[in-house]
Each structure stands twice: as structure tokens, then as C-alpha cells.
Ligand binder design. Sequence first.
Ligand SMILES: O=C[C@H](O)COP(=O)(O)O
Length: 316
Amino acid sequence: MSHARNPGTPPDFAALDRLAVNRPATERRAATLTARRSLKNVHQAAWLVNAIRCMDLTTLAGDDTPDRVRRLCAKARRPLADHIVAGLGLEAMPVCGAVCVYPTMVAPAVRALEGSGIPVASVATGFPAGLMPLDLRLAEIRYAVDQGAAEIDIVITRAHVLAADWAALHDEIAAMREACGPAHLKAILATGDLVTLRNVAASSRVAMAAGADFIKTSTGKEGVNATLPVGLVMTRAIRDYAAATGHRVGFKPAGGMKTAKDALNWQILMREELGRDWLEPGLFRLGASSMLGDIERQLDHHVTGRYAAAHRHALA
Ligand SMILES: O=C[C@H](O)COP(=O)(O)O
């Protein structure tokens, strides 16, 4: 995954208010992108394995327990049945990109992933609403890092976006970036709360300028979470930022992605908008709690020619 960095000077906030996003054109592009391109057979299987490598396997539920987290971590270490690994001719078991949990579940996840090389990501800053005093949100970041989280998924204050208070948004994320220390920061924009694609475009730019290592669409708790049009806007902001600064920021769609088809569509978007280099865990993550089950089911079918019952591949 990319390194923490000094993001440089804040963006020209006034220019953000001049941003324009053509929603109909963006929606048309998103629709044709996945319709025109398809990944078949062996290529499809390879991209589904890649989706596993780039997955933040997630549990963010009020009834989470250490046992559930331990089972999820075991799945992140061995996401595919042995016969599927053998049938695909893989040299080794692919492992997930990270396991994403609440702060009090970081410690059991760290213990369960010991020796696997899989990092623990923790949500923080009052996830999912973020409506807590900043000092408490920063303290939560430090707590999660102290517990062993290597990645922090923060939520932004939507009110700053809705008020176009870009300086406040920038300074808040910059403070969170500092509180993360060596951990990497993914900035959740909660795009389903931001009303316009222009706000998504502006928030993306501010978050990257403030030092975010990744920008992430959603908490998974908004009414509307990861959508391809929003993904287009965010990946284009990432592309512009890389062109302007030479720095590559990662992208994480999250929330509502349930199927192997979703995993393929998001990778098609990444390949088309940012290129193959971005389809690596250091620059791309799929935030999902149940998508892995369908991916495994599709790979099982690819290898055996039969569909196993959906529950057989359901997560813990
Ligand atoms: O950050 C990850 C999301 O909360 C996962 O959302 P999901 O449960 O809809 O897959």
C-alpha cells in the first residue's frame, strides 16, 4: 500500500466551487463501460481472484463479536476451498487485502491474522455519522492504531461539504492524517449523503490534498452506497491528482456490493479509468461484507461446472 506523505499545500478552494460534473454524461459512461466490456471464462476467473486480493473483508455490525471476527479472519486467510485453488492452478492460496472492523474488534483481528501479512483496517472518527467532537474522533484513531490497526477508514463531516466549507474539511482530514501516524488513512466521503456529483468531485480533491492515502465511497450505512457514476467521478479526481502531483492515491468502493459481477464491474472501471497498475491492493480495495461468498461460488462453478448451494459459501 502507498506510504503516508506530506500532501503539500491545500488546494485552491475557490476553484472547487467552479467544478462542474455532467451527471447524464457520467451516468451514460458508467452504463456503457460495463455493458461494452466483459471478462469471460479464464480471464473472468483471474479477475475474480484479483478481487479477493483487493478485498477489505468487512464486518461492521452492532452485534459483532470477537468470535465472528476470528471466523472472518480465518476466511480472509483461506478465502477459497482447496479444490478451487487446485482447479484454478493457483500456486498458493490468495489472501484478502485486509480485514475491516470496529476499533474494539481490532485486537482480536490482529491476533487472528498474526503471521498472515494481512493488515487490519479499523473504522474510526465516530463511524458511520462522524458527529462527535474532533478531539474524541482523533482519540479514536489513536486508540485503533494502538490496538494494531495498520489502516484507518475515517468518515468526513458531511456538513462541511454541504456548506462548501472546503478549508474546514481539509483541516479536519489533515488532523486525522496526523493522528494516524504510520497507519494509512482511507477517507470515507459518504457520497450518498453529498447530494451532487460536484460535491463528490470537490470532496475527493480536498481529501487527497489533506493527505488521504485512499478515498472511499461509503460507510455501507448510507441509503445509497457505492455506485459506478460516483466511482467514475472519484477515479477521475484521482487521475487528475496523480497528473498534477505525481502521487497515486488509492480508491475503495464500499457498501452494497454483493456479487461477483459487481467485483468485475468495479475492476473494469478501474482498468479503464486508471489503468492496470491501479488494480493492486496498494491502490484498490473492495469494501464488502458478503461479496466473497458469491465470488467463491462463481469460481467453484468455473472449476467444477456446478453451482454449490449459496449457503455453502456464505461468510461466517
Ligand atoms: O466498508 C465496508 C462496507 O461497510 C461494507 O458494506 P456491505 O456490508 O454492504 O458489503
